[in-house]
Design a protein. Structure first.
Length: 818
């Protein structure tokens, strides 16, 4: 029974001693972090209080002794003297004991707050939540319960974690299940158990020393016997129960989180399940996860019963032993009666101290499991951050600075090392090029997560090079599953496995942050070098990078209607600052909170000449989309007819044309926030003029994803794009739920306000809104291990072919060589 449990759970392979360094690493996060003086103050206070309360316990034992001796000797004055002494001690000790528990509770709360905030920051930094989620999804189901318990050191866990973000090799390598549960529940229990166990140990050591002195006065042999007795007991207990109980506790945590997750999924997808009439299946799934929880729970009950049996035998024996050893001397008249009871009391205290593992094994094994889970989570988050930093845009704008750059460089180096061990693959480089206002891809290779060069990974795109400049727009088309969305994932930096370079607008000219940005960044954790400064602020766009992604699935955050419209940059500055102040991350000079929610926009690009980006002049110059091809398509073009479109048979190159510094395409608006009037006008633009009136105002909070139709949600998403006014936008089937005329109207607006954009779509009607088409030529995502082939042509040419040859495939045939 125990062996089975141990084999099934990675956590079980960790012995208690191997968990100790991990526990210590987690503990030092608080004690050496920015709040270290608070932490150390609390720790010193509780340790002193533990010492004082232990001394009082010794006094109480002496008072008790006098008490019993006076009573048995019928010594009336002695009795009353003992009573008086006892009352005085209790009078002082009682408030002290309650003050001690108050300080302990405060310590627990502060520590928990600190650790949860830290993990939350790490969770959102560098989109760790995305990379960790991927691994969690892959493991969703029964295997998830066994995941996450890597018993290796930080290095081992890190490489597993990095794999999840880039080139993971499947669940077997160890991953992170249910990060939400780890951040909420595991932190709380970890902190509580750590404090209570540490204090227990402190108290036990003190009392062990104090009572060993007392007992030594009675009988030296009793002390020696005591230590031997406790040593054997501890050894037997840990050998018999330690690993099994830790493993069972670990599995129970994971399975309970799985059960809860299955119920949360039902709540989130209630309508779809109801339409499918899928409740029977869901019920079975929930109940089977309950079965998983109960299975582990029953096993725990069995082991706990055995453990209880053992501890009762052990502790009852300790009641008898001191009396057996001291009674003969009492019978001979060598000691008083009170000495027997004092010896028993001292013996039981020392026994309790020495039997700390025996008596607290359940709590210790719980703490060990929580330590494993939190340690793995932190390692995975750090690894995800390092991987993101390896491919992320260099820091620019609000978080710039020597230390940030150095940290990013260090993280990059770490990530490259980790990636090379995890997947053996290259990483896509993403850079911000100052002055660039379009998109440049160079020899881009996109690989699905799942291994760098095999082991389930697939190459979706190989050798793709293109450039897009203001005034141009690209429609990505191709069969479902060929890798269109994945191309956007790679450009956005969500997928990093592969190779080549992505250049995006960036640098001072395009990322000049507004005051609000800076305040937000400063307040929201600028002093945390894991904060998501560089890559995400640039690529999420609306804040300061000028690049905006609209995903395929609309997302409606929790909050009022204004939040929906201004997402992701609509930040309640008062709340941000409040959080940062609570968090202790607000710098001394943090900007005072704004009173309203604001949406920031990139400032209008200024003169191009100031660009200090990483790229040279060649990259800064706007590039005309001259051609695009891939290695495979290039070869094909060399051998067969290349119809139109400017395909080149030879090597791929980017043709930099005349720089049109100052970037055409117009319209990049000035900085500042979006007023309510502007929001109302934008709602009008996206054909939702009556939405505010219908729901009752901009401040109304509803469950937006269920009260708005998918088409309405898509229109709101386009509104966000228009409000953000990026210089480059990516839309993944962002208008797929809209009727033709509405879609057309929205695209006309986008064309007017966004100089350069890329869409993924299936409808031919979209052609009229794009200047070029990027077509995936692989029928099935380069199935069978072939490389993804793409080609570009003008929209007119694509349209011509579609008219003549039945879809873009007519033209595609010419180059479709495997
Ligand atoms: N996290 C992942 N891990 C491994 N493979 C993935 C992952 N996400 C997607 N894929 C695979 O990558 C391929 C490309 O997916 P992608 O979403 O880019 O397709 P698409 O061309 O956008 O399709 P559609 O038109 O249906 O939206 C698919 O075969 C998909 O199964």
């Amino acid at each position: 029974m125990g062996a089975g449990a141990a084999a099934a759970c990675p956590g079980s392979t960790a012995s208690l001693s191997s968990v100790l360094p991990k526990w210590w690493r987690l503990v030092t996060i608080w004690f050496t972090g920015e709040a270290r003086w608070v932490a150390r103050g609390y720790a010193a206070a509780v340790i002193c209080l533990a010492l004082v309360t232990t001394l009082f316990s010794v006094h109480i034992s002496y008072a008790q002794r006098d008490f019993s001796t006076a009573l048995s000797g019928k010594d009336v004055p002695g009795f009353y003297a003992a009573v008086r002494k006892f009352v005085v001690i209790i009078f002082i000790a009682a408030p002290l004991f309650s003050f001690t528990s108050w300080v302990e509770e405060r310590l627990v709360l502060s520590w928990r707050a600190h650790l949860t905030r830290l993990l939350t920051r790490k969770y959102f930094a560098h989109r760790a939540f995305y990379h960790i989620r991927q691994r969690g999804d892959a493991l969703d189901g029964s295997s998830a319960t066994a995941a996450g318990g890597s018993s290796g050191g930080v290095g081992g866990s890190s490489s597993a974690g990095i794999g999840s973000s880039s080139a993971g090799s499947g669940g077997a390598a160890g991953g992170i299940d249910n990060p939400d549960q780890r951040i909420c529940d595991d932190v709380a229990s970890f902190v509580r158990s750590s404090v209570s166990l540490s204090l227990t140990i402190c108290r036990k050591i003190f009392s062990c020393v104090a009572f060993a002195g007392v007992l030594w006065g009675v009988s030296g042999s009793l002390v020696v016997f005591m230590f031997m007795y406790a040593g054997v007991g501890t050894f037997v207990t840990t050998a018999m129960f330690g690993r099994v109980l830790t493993s069972l506790y670990y599995r129970q945590l994971a399975r309970e989180a799985d059960l809860r997750f299955s119920l949360v999924r039902v709540r989130e997808n209630a309508e779809s399940i109801a339409f499918y009439k899928g409740e029977a299946g869901e019920r079975v799934r929930v109940l089977s996860r309950l079965g998983g929880v109960l299975g582990v729970a029953y096993e725990r009950v069995r082991w706990s019963a055995l453990y209880d049996l053992w501890t009762s035998v052990y502790s009852y024996a300790t009641i008898l032993v001191p009396s057996l050893l001291t009674a003969p001397r009492y019978f001979k008249g060598e000691i008083e009666f009170g000495v027997i009871s004092q010896a028993s009391f001292a013996f039981s205290r020392i026994d309790a101290a020495l039997s700390i593992i025996i008596n607290n094994l359940a709590q210790i094994s719980g703490l060990a499991a929580e330590t494993e889970r939190l340690h793995d989570l932190v390692a995975a988050m750090d690894a995800a951050a390092a991987a993101a930093a390896a491919t992320g845009l260099p820091s620019s704008g609000s978080e710039g600075g020597g230390s940030a750059a150095a940290a990013a460089a260090a993280a990059s180096a770490a990530a490259v090392a980790l990636l090379s061990t995890a997947g053996g693959g290259e990483v896509i480089a993403r850079r911000a090029a100052a002055g660039l206002r379009g998109l440049v891809l160079r020899q881009l290779r996109v690989v699905t997560p799942g291994g760098g060069g095999g082991g389930g990974s697939r190459v979706l795109t190989a050798g793709l090079s293109l450039s897009l400049e203001p005034g141009q727009s690209l429609l990505i088309v191709g069969p479902s599953g060929c890798g269109k969305s994945s191309l956007l994932r790679a450009i956005a930096g969500l997928w990093v496995a592969g190779g080549g370079t992505v250049l995006l607008p960036g640098g001072p000219a395009n990322t000049a942050a507004t005051a609000d940005d800076e305040a937000a960044a400063a307040a929201a954790g600028a002093n945390n070098n894991n904060s998501s400064g560089s890559a995400s602020s640039a690529s999420s766009g609306s804040g300061g990078g000028g690049v905006f992604f609209l995903p395929q699935k609309p997302f409606m955050p929790l909050g009022d209607l204004r939040t929906q419209l201004t997402f992701p940059s609509g930040v309640d500055m008062a709340a941000v600052t409040a959080v940062a102040v609570e968090d202790g991350t607000a710098p001394a000079g943090a900007a005072p909170p704004a009173t309203t929610t604001t949406t920031t926009r990139p400032a209008a690009p200024g003169s191009q000449g100031q660009g200090q980006g990483e790229e040279g002049d060649e990259e800064r110059a706007p590039l005309l989309l001259s051609h695009v091809t891939t290695t495979a398509a290039a070869a094909a073009a060399g051998g067969g007819g290349g119809g139109g479109g400017g395909h080149m048979a030879a090597s791929i190159s980017l043709v930099a044309l005349q720089s049109g510094a100052g970037g055409g395409g117009g319209g990049s608006g000035g900085g500042g926030s979006v007023s309510d009037e502007e929001l109302l006008a934008l709602l009008d633009d996206v054909c939702l003029p009556d939405l505010v009136a219908r729901v009752g105002g901009l401040d109304v909070e509803l469950d937006w994803s269920s009260v708005l139709s998918v088409g309405e949600q898509q229109r709101l998403a386009v509104l966000r794009l228009l409000a953000a006014r990026p210089c480059l936008a990516f839309m993944d089937e962002a208008t797929s739920a809209l009727d033709g005329p509405t879609e057309s109207r929205l695209y006309s607006l986008i064309r007017k306000r966004v100089p350069c954009y890329v869409s993924v779509g299936h409808r031919l009607a979209l052609l009229q809104h794009h200047t070029h088409v990027l077509e995936c030529l692989s029928g099935d995502g380069a199935g069978g291990g072939g490389e993804g082939q793409w080609r570009v042509c003008t929209a007119a040419e694509y349209q011509r072919r579609a008219g003549a040859g039945g879809g873009g495939g007519g033209g595609a045939q010419q180059h479709h060589h495997h």
